[in-house]
Design a protein around this ligand. Structure first.
Ligand code: ADE
Length: 235
């Protein structure tokens, strides 16, 4: 999978490319993550990426020309022949969830556009963006952290990125439920014992206990997730 990120802060994205799970996936050639400085696509002497909003009001708006030129240089023009999927990170977008992350993990090429300031000129969205993505109902100063969230949620589902594919299958949301409690050594710590069933060696009993715990925590904390089948998350 190839992922291009367009940003005015390449330094925020770069360390992620070389660290942890994603770092290993990039070194192994499973994921190629390329970061592009939007200012490289400007033509004026001051390399301007923003301007004041028409109609007045606070803040600045990202200019259409450098963004559209950057997107089209990486993904080609919007339309049926375009092979990449161009996503703009924005609080106005559709909320990212595990089902959508799974779908994106099957793409060969993503281009992620990080907005900054009060927003991007609407013509960028109309002319060059395929979809807008939000990571939740709160407002951040820019799309860089949301892009990293998306990259981590998606790339860990790409075959070969996670050492043990089973760990992705058992975890929260992938099953449609939250995960129950986990324990490691010691068997007793500050008076709290690891449940005996986990130390019993009885794999069937352990699987049953884990399923019960998952159901109980989901019912208590996220009853909205119950009764929805796998992959039927609300859109
Ligand atoms: N940019 C600013 N806030 C955002 C959010 N919640 N999701 C995606 N992009 C954003």
């Amino acid at each position: 999978m190839r992922i291009d990120v367009i940003t005015i802060f390449p330094g925020l994205i770069e360390p992620f490319r070389t660290t942890s799970l994603l770092g290993a996936a990039c070194r192994d050639g499973i994921v190629e993550l390329v970061v592009h400085d939007l200012r490289e696509f400007t033509k004026d002497r001051h390399r301007t990426v923003d301007d004041t909003p028409y109609g007045g009001g606070p803040g600045m708006v990202m200019r259409p020309e450098p963004l559209i030129e950057a997107i089209e240089a990486l993904a080609g023009p919007k339309g049926e022949t375009r092979k990449a999927r161009v996503l703009l990170l924005s609080p106005q977008g559709r909320r990212l969830d595990q089902g959508w992350a799974q779908e994106l993990a099957r793409e060969e090429h993503l281009v992620l556009v990080c907005g900054r300031y009060e927003g991007v000129d609407q013509r960028v969205i109309e002319i060059a963006v395929d979809e807008e993505v939000s990571i939740g109902d709160y407002v951040l100063a820019g799309g860089e952290l949301p892009a990293l969230v998306l990259i981590e949620a998606v790339t860990r589902l790409v075959p070969g990125v996670m050492g043990n594919p089973e760990s992705a299958e058992a975890e929260s949301f992938q099953t449609g439920m939250l995960e129950g409690p986990q324990f490691t050594r010691p068997a007793e710590y500050r008076g709290i014992e690891v449940p005996a069933v986990l130390r019993s060696g009885d794999h069937q009993a352990i699987a049953r206990w884990r399923a019960e715990q998952a159901h109980a925590v989901t019912k208590r904390r996220r009853p909205d997730l119950l009764g929805r089948g796998r992959g039927e998350e609300e859109r």
